[in-house]
Design a protein around this ligand. Sequence first.
Ligand code: 13P
Length: 253
Amino acid sequence: MRKPFVAGNWKMNTDSHSSVSLARDVAAGMSEIAGHKIDVAVIPPFVYLQSVARTLSASSIAVGAQDVYTEQQGAFTGEISGSMLKDIGCTYALCGHSERRHVIGETDELINKKVSAAISGGLLPILCVGELLEQRKTEVTKEVVTRQIRAGLAGLGDEKVSAVTVAYEPVWAIGTGLTATTKQAQEAHRLIRKLLSEMYDEQLADDIRILYGGSVKPDNAAELMGQQDVDGLLVGGASLDADDFVAIVKGAV
Ligand code: 13P
């Protein structure tokens, strides 16, 4: 049985004050679902990670980073390593978020190194995959997602892969208000799970959590979570509002 997992990706939003108050408000809201089996994480910008982690230290909410570098230390100006993130209280790291793929230009190869480095640094990577609108229209979603998963997990054995969460985020649904239909989400998640079962053993593929992301809101969270292979949600915009994020988490339990 896969434990539900809801994470809020704050992207490049909040400031030193609002990041802490948002974390505090989310933690307060979680008291209403105390006792439910669910993993919840917030993913603030790097510079606010430490203060948010401190704010949440007495709560059950984990903290994640939006990115991670491929090495643990050394002459890599401007980069942040998995072991540094672990050191300040991070549990998760996003790898290959669509904005890093399509705005910054990260390749599958680089993302694969980041997934591996996140695990070496003691973090649990969340590998993000998803097709562009043009790719969905030309019916190559399967090929795109298959390539992203195979390349993103290349070289990782069973033990390392069991640390990974996959997030399916169709790019056309991110920040657009267009959510994948439950059927589209389930189809993509089923495809990913089938692929994982070809790459690893059946049990492992069955245990890996696959989150859906792309315009998740309080009013569509429960419906998405009702799909057999949707194990959780990766929330962008709505995670910046504590009430909305808490409502989404409630919809996922
Ligand atoms: P939105 O929820 O704002 O569409 O963002 C989704 C996302 O990119 C989460 O990582």
